[in-house]
Every structure is written in structure tokens, then in C-alpha cells.
Design a binder for this molecule. Structure first.
Ligand code: PEP
Ligand code: MN
Length: 261
């Protein structure tokens, strides 16, 4: 059987008139793990835009390990992102954790993220397949390449060809880092599928000091882009502080990714 992910006609996923993922240009998405305040978000986004970041990320419904951990600002956070998108003129990528929020997202969010914890949520994938929204499908920390591509197939089969894959680290026996970044996923996905793939070094590493090196490695290995947790004041990040980088570091990564270095 020939799968749709093998011959999907949309290796290049268009986000808007100016932005394509999977083309010649490397794409950089960045922003806070979790939206905390409107003013912080706006200040970060203005700098990101200035340095050439293509997409602003920000979590609002957060799938946290513990139910006692901060769960995000929810709809209020989404409103901040929508307002900042309008002011700054930057597309946004936001994780959707439950299909009941789809109406909130559909006309406002440029890229819908399916997080690692929801990669196996087939009903969610089928529903997103009925939209024509770009979907950023993160690899589960325990998914094989085949399981991940078949998750993409659930979206493609319903008619949505706008699927972007994201490698974000897998669980191995190593406990010194949060997960282990599997860069072999890049040549594998490019060889056996016709989908773009970007890399999230932030959740894989869990540590700031690794992000710049792993970003360069991902770009060198042929990644179509990066998604990175970065803030103007990383020490005040409300979630995933240890892996959130400052904007000077991000600027170097953007320059490297765009071939300016
Ligand atoms: C995120 O990107 O905010 C996130 C929760 O990542 P993951 O789904 O990869 O854990
Ligand atoms: Mn995070």
C-alpha cells in the first residue's frame, strides 16, 4: 500500500503569502513555552519580528505532567496571542489540546500544534484532517517513525494536506537531559515521506546551554526549520524556564538558520 504521506502533493506547506514551510528557506518559530502576561508577550514578539523570526509560539492550554502544575491562561492567553499577532504582524502557532476548543482556534491561529502527548489521539487527528489548517504534528516521546507517520496519515486521509512534522526528543535510558533529540528523524522523514519536518531542541534538551548547538545540528542535518522556547526575560518564564533561551542567543540561531553566518 502506498500511503498519502509518501506522495502527499504538499511537501511545501503555505502559511500565508509570505511564508512557506518545507521550501528553500529555513523557518524559525519562537516564543514563550506558556503565555504569562500581555506586555511580556508583546515585548518578546516585537523583538522576534525584528530579528526575522517567522512564527510566534505560545502555549495557553498546557498539558502539564501534574494536575497541580500551572495549566495556562486558556482563552485569555489566546486573546493575548491574537492581539499581538495583529499588532506585530506575525503568524502564531498554538497547541490545541481538546477538540472542543477548535472553534476558538480555527479563524485565529495560523498553525495548530498537536503536542507530543496528543500524537496518539486519533479522534483529534481525524477532526483536524477535516479542516484545511496547517497542523504541526509533534512526535510522541515514545513513537516510532512509523507510528508518527501513520498519525500524520490520519490527518491527510481526511483531506488536509497541510501537515508539518516536529521532532521534539524521545525517551531513552539517558536521564541527564529531559529527552534525547533524534536527528536521524530528519533524513528518515525526508526519504520516506513528502512532509516537511522541523526540530524542537527546547523540549528535547531541557537545558538552555544545549539549544544553540542542537539548533545548528538540526539545520545542518537538513531540518526545514526550528521551534524554540525563547523570551525577553527567560528567567521569569512561567513554564520550562530551564530551557528558555534569551533573545541574543536566539538571534544567533536565526542568523545561522537563515544562512547569514
Ligand atoms: C510545547 O511545545 O509547548 C509542548 C508542550 O511540547 P511537547 O508537546 O513536545 O511536549
Ligand atoms: Mn514548553
Amino acid at each position: 500500500m502506498k500511503y498519502l504521506y509518501e506522495n502527499n502533493n504538499n511537501r511545501e506547506v503555505r502559511i500565508n503569502d509570505d511564508l512557506v514551510i518545507g521550501g528553500n528557506r529555513k523557518v524559525v518559530m519562537a516564543g514563550p513555552c506558556t503565555v504569562s502576561s500581555y506586555s511580556e508577550l508583546l515585548a518578546t514578539a516585537l523583538r522576534l519580528k525584528e530579528m526575522g523570526v517567522d512564527v510566534l509560539r505560545g502555549g495557553v492550554f498546557k498539558p502539564r505532567k501534574s494536575p497541580y502544575d500551572y495549566q495556562g491562561l486558556g482563552e485569555e492567553g489566546l486573546e493575548y496571542l491574537i492581539e499581538v499577532r495583529k499588532i506585530v504582524g506575525i503568524p502564531i502557532v498554538v497547541e490545541l489540546t481538546d477538540i472542543s476548543y477548535l472553534d476558538m482556534y480555527i479563524d485565529n491561529v495560523d498553525i495548530i500544534q498537536v503536542g507530543a502527548k496528543n500524537m496518539f489521539n486519533y479522534e483529534l487527528l481525524k477532526r483536524l484532517g477535516k479542516t484545511n489548517k496547517p497542523i504541526l504534528l509533534k512526535r510522541s516521546m515514545s513513537a516510532t517513525y512509523e507510528e508518527w507517520l501513520l498519525a500524520a496519515e490520519y490527518i491527510l486521509k481526511e483531506g488536509n494536506t497541510n501537515v508539518i512534522l516536529c521532532e521534539r526528543g524521545i525517551r531513552t535510558f539517558e536521564t541527564s537531559t529531559r529527552y534525547t533529540l533524534d536527528l536521524q528523524a530528519i533524513p528518515y522523514i525526508h526519504k520516506f515521506s513528502n512532509l516537511p519536518i522541523i526540530v524542537d531542541p527546547s523540549h528535547a534538551a531541557g537545558n538552555r546551554y544545549m539549544i544553540e548547538d542542537m539548533s545548528r545540528a538540526a539545520i545542518a542535518a537538513g531540518s526545514d526549520g526550528l521551534i524554540i522556547e525563547a523570551e525577553l526575560n527567560p528567567d521569569s518564564a512561567i513554564c520550562d524556564r530551564n530551557q528558555t533561551i534569551d533573545l541574543d542567543t536566539l538571534d544567533r540561531i536565526v542568523n545561522y538558520s537563515k544562512g547569514n553566518n
